[in-house]
Unconditional design. Structure first.
Length: 259
């Protein structure tokens, strides 16, 4: 009796190949940051992992879900502010999956869905604010966008932890207009400060005049002090008025001597 060793080895090889394929299809290894959403005959069964998970091929199917924080860059959006200024705004969204079951069942592609929703929210929230708010209150706007986005993605099992506005681009004409506005504001502040200084100086002079009026000797001392300051410059010719109340006693004395 002859044995066909070729056919026997072929059958063994096929059995080993089928068994290997079965094992590769039945065994899943999920990392610490991964979970597997397992379906049995199309119905959700449970979330498995991390570690070794064995499923039944053809009957069960597992979908991997990454639980790490995902950094999503929002493409530059054309935004019209509340004061009708057109700007281009780009942002970054940080989010992660906190409920793998919802992330797989409730939305078809949670990554693309979150990206599209972030673009819409960026235009919607920023459109309610003026240009000055976009430039000066980014922290508040980041929080507003994050809260609005997180409220929408909660039903998808996604938590939006942070939103950062990267850049706000203005047109050349708007940049020039802002520069002119800033220059006008600086000039206004300078004039206000100068006027306040003049007012304070006038008040001090008024108070000094009241004090000097009460003491005639103080006026004389002030005259002498002024002469000392001016006389420090030897190249100057100074004509300084002499108060008549100081000269009057001398004139009266001279007049009495000639009588």
């Amino acid at each position: 009796m002859l044995i066909d060793y070729t056919s026997t080895w072929m059958e063994v090889f096929i059995v080993i190949a089928v068994f290997g394929w079965f094992l590769s299809s039945a065994i899943y290894i999920f990392r610490e940051y991964e979970r597997g959403v397992v379906f049995t005959l199309g119905r959700f069964w449970k979330v498995k992992g991390p570690g070794l998970v064995i499923i039944i091929p053809f009957i069960q199917k597992a979908t991997r879900v990454d639980l790490r924080t995902i950094v999503l860059e929002v493409p530059t959006q054309d935004v019209i502010s509340r004061d009708n200024v057109s700007v281009k705004v780009s942002a970054v969204v940080y989010f992660r999956v906190i409920d793998p079951e919802k992330a797989i069942i409730q939305v078809m592609d949670y990554l693309n869905a979150t990206s599209q929703l972030a673009q819409t929210m960026l235009r919607s929230v920023l459109g309610k604010h003026q240009l000055d708010d976009m430039l000066a209150e980014r922290e508040k706007l980041n929080t507003d966008i994050q809260q609005a986005l997180d409220a929408q993605t909660d039903s998808w099992g996604i938590k939006v932890s942070n939103v950062e506005i990267k850049q706000v681009d203005l047109t050349e004409s708007m940049i020039r207009a802002i520069a002119r506005q800033a220059e006008a504001e600086r000039e206004r502040r300078a004039k206000v400060i100068h006027a306040e200084g003049e007012l304070q100086a006038s008040e001090k002079l008024y108070q000094a005049a009241k004090v000097l009026a009460q003491e005639p000797q103080a006026i004389l001392l002030r005259y002498l002090e002024t002469l000392t300051v001016i006389g420090a410059d030897k190249n100057s010719t100074i004509v300084f008025p002499l108060p008549m109340d100081l000269v009057a006693p001398l004139l009266e004395r001279v007049k009495n001597e000639h009588k």
